[in-house]
Design a protein around this ligand. Structure first.
Ligand code: ZN
Length: 136
């Protein structure tokens, strides 16, 4: 089973929790046990699993990425000025795969699935969810 959804972003860089949305798609699929793949179809965005109970950890992640990959010093910046966004996207990666147990993502207590906007704001970011498994 595969489903796409879109989200809009409001900042240059931000992390958006999509865990609740993913669990609702899994529930609708009827899959009880299996795997869920989540894929961001963009070269300047990413999908990560991270803590989000303390909102500072999201800001810390963005700060760490910005220290690691400064903006404005790369060859691709001559094209459209967003090389750092592409590099951060490639470092984090476009997808995550997680286990499904009893009809829900089987995440650790402090884990959440987050969409990472790295070159926003954007009105439409596409996320593709693929669910495989057993219905009992
Ligand atoms: Zn570019």
């Amino acid at each position: 089973m595969q489903e796409e959804f879109t989200i809009s972003t409001s900042k240059k860089q931000e992390l958006i929790d999509i865990t609740v949305k993913l669990n609702s798609i899994i529930k609708k699929s009827g899959i009880k046990n299996g795997i869920c793949s989540v894929f961001a179809a963009h070269a300047t965005a990413a999908i990560i699993i991270n803590e989000n109970y303390d909102p500072n950890i999201c800001l810390d992640l963005l700060d760490a990425l910005n220290k690691l990959v400064p903006s404005g010093i790369w060859r691709h910046d001559r094209i459209d000025g967003n090389a750092d966004s592409h590099l951060k996207s490639a470092i984090l990666g476009p997808s995550e795969t997680m286990p499904i147990k009893n009809g829900r993502l089987d995440l650790g207590q402090w884990q959440a699935v987050q969409f990472c906007e790295l070159d926003g704001p954007r009105s439409e970011r596409k996320i593709i969810v693929t669910i495989l498994g057993d219905k009992k």
